[in-house]
Design a protein around this ligand. Structure first.
Ligand SMILES: [Zn+2]
Length: 105
């Protein structure tokens, strides 16, 4: 669910999956309507806006163009490997998605 203090530029979809800890994920699809990966959104103490987003691709055969791909369980609850690293350095910049929850790395 969308947090009350979310900025307008982030649409409701960004908060599709609440991973807890101040991290959310949104599923993305390919132009052919196949699963692609996730956009992650987190509350970021190192961002001027207070929020930061990243994206990742699932390791699926049709995602051959993605240079880095995550393996795991892509249906709910999502579990991904390896961990996810954002370049912001805030307390939520590194972690894992396990059983649909954000686990700090
Ligand atoms: Zn951050």
């Amino acid at each position: 669910m969308r947090p009350a203090d979310a900025p307008e530029r982030l649409d409701d979809g960004a908060f599709e999956i609440d991973l807890g800890e101040g991290v959310w994920a949104q599923r993305t699809i390919t132009s052919g309507d196949l699963p692609y990966g996730l956009i992650t959104t987190h509350r970021c103490t190192n961002s001027p806006t207070g929020w930061r987003q990243g994206s990742l691709a699932f390791d699926l055969p049709h995602n051959s163009g993605a240079s880095t791909k995550w393996q795991g369980h892509f249906d709910d609850p999502i579990t991904l490997s390896p961990s996810i690293q954002h370049n912001c350095g805030c307390p939520l910049s590194h972690g894992y998605i396990r059983d649909g929850k954000w686990v700090r790395g």
